[in-house]
Design a protein around this ligand. Sequence first.
Ligand SMILES: C[S@@+](CC[C@H](N)C(=O)[O-])C[C@H]1O[C@@H](n2cnc3c(N)ncnc32)[C@H](O)[C@@H]1O
Length: 215
Amino acid sequence: MPFVYISGIIMELKSNSDWVNRINEEPNLNNIFYKNTINGHCDYGIFLALNDIVKMLPSVGTMFEIGTMFGRSTVFLAELFRLHNKSYTIYSIDLFSEPNISKDFFDIAKSNCEKYKEINLIRCDLFEANTHIELKDKKFTCVLECSNHDLKATTFCLNTWLPLLEDNGIYCGHDWIKFFPEIEQIIIPLVGNKVINKKYSKQQLIWWLNGINAQ
Ligand SMILES: C[S@@+](CC[C@H](N)C(=O)[O-])C[C@H]1O[C@@H](n2cnc3c(N)ncnc32)[C@H](O)[C@@H]1O
């Protein structure tokens, strides 16, 4: 697949220079990144992408993350909001019991996030369960889709959480194209002709929708 291969190389070159420039421009990012020793999937590329999203957001708001796992990205978000002097309440949900991780990991995530009073962890019992009772009257300034990125998870998350986004809020995710090509197929029919923003980071493509609920 030459197109995918060439795109991958271009992405890699762009991302490497982006990475070096960013460390020089924002030296505090390194302190935040290396201080976080929580296991997880949030690598430097995703972390930089989260930094970009946080910078785009208004100074006060409510953040909602889908897919806490052990809290790695959740703690990054809390640190990035603090770095950029933004006051955010963070809600992060997960099933906290994936079949390939034998033990329930709610307590691990809770302990990893406990020093951040702005973080609220919420358990959803089953994949399809209507678990957002606690959240249903809330509106979010930003929703980060950090779940499993497959067809089922992404469709479920978009249908469930997009309506709870503030009119000018940002709905975002990562891992598009390189690992999970079907994400584009799901998003386009849902957003119609609205612009889907994309940006490459190290081996990552972050995507986001702004003002998707504003007409
Ligand atoms: C890629 S991991 C999250 C990684 C984490 N954000 C990090 O920084 O390490 C995906 C997580 O999403 C959770 N998950 C999958 N589908 C979900 C759904 N529909 N709602 C909530 N959590 C979900 C899984 O249990 C898993 O812990």
